[in-house]
Design a binder for this molecule. Structure first.
Ligand code: ADP
Length: 197
């Protein structure tokens, strides 16, 4: 069975492609969803934050106060690295467990939808890497349109990530999303039917 890592940059269209793959009958595991589930009260990621920062990162109802967590880890590179070193293995285990389930069910391919595929090093566990690419101008316009950001806010978010040009060098398959939705769908279906899945 082949594990394909699907990634992109903010607002490049990765979620749109993931939806298209699911519609085409592919198995797609959503890494963000795994992280959210593990951050529910009593779950493993939730426990990591509580052990490290205490009740100040919890809301009244004991759910994680994500803003409080972000305020700590986004301001301190070292804290971010420590948290990542604790959290990433948990997510990695879940991704591998999902792949194992798919393998046992006889699947030929599984997609892992991972926003930070290269940054986390999770790409090393995949057999193939697919990137949803857009030009900088399209990326900025779509992000402003989707999130209602100002141009400055959009640029700050885009520039805080590894650039899509850089990710393109690391990808095996590049899906260009500068065109319309139908152009995107054609490419996705072609790549899926091509045996590239
Ligand atoms: P990501 O998951 O990479 O952040 P999304 O899939 O949410 O990106 O796409 C970003 C935004 O751009 C969304 O509002 C989406 O509906 C829109 N979008 C994606 N692809 C296209 C396209 N080809 N044409 C127009 N809008 C698009």
């Amino acid at each position: 069975m082949k594990i394909i890592g699907l990634t992109g940059g903010i607002a490049s269209g990765k979620s749109t492609v993931a939806d298209m793959l699911i519609q085409a009958g592919c198995i797609v595991v959503d890494c963000d969803k795994i992280a959210w589930q593990l951050a529910e009260p009593g779950q493993a990621i939730w426990q990591i934050y509580v052990d490290r920062y205490g009740a100040k990162v919890l809301n009244q109802d004991r759910t994680l106060n994500r803003q409080a967590v972000a305020d700590i880890v986004f301001r301190d590179r070292q804290e971010m690295d420590i948290i990542n070193s604790l959290v990433h293995p948990l997510i990695k285990d879940r991704l591998l467990a999902e792949a194992e389930v798919a393998r046992q069910r006889g699947a030929k391919v599984i997609f892992w939808d991972v926003p930070l595929l290269f940054e986390t090093g999770f790409d090393k566990m995949t057999d193939e890497k697919w990137l949803v690419y857009v030009s900088p101008a399209t990326q900025k316009a779509r992000l402003i349109n989707r999130n209602g950001y100002t141009e400055d806010e959009a640029l700050r978010r885009i520039n805080s990530q590894m650039s899509l040009a850089e990710k393109q060098k690391l990808a095996d398959v590049v899906i260009n999303n500068d065109g319309d939705i139908e152009a995107l769908r054609r490419q996705v279906l072609e790549k899926v039917n091509n045996g590239q899945r």
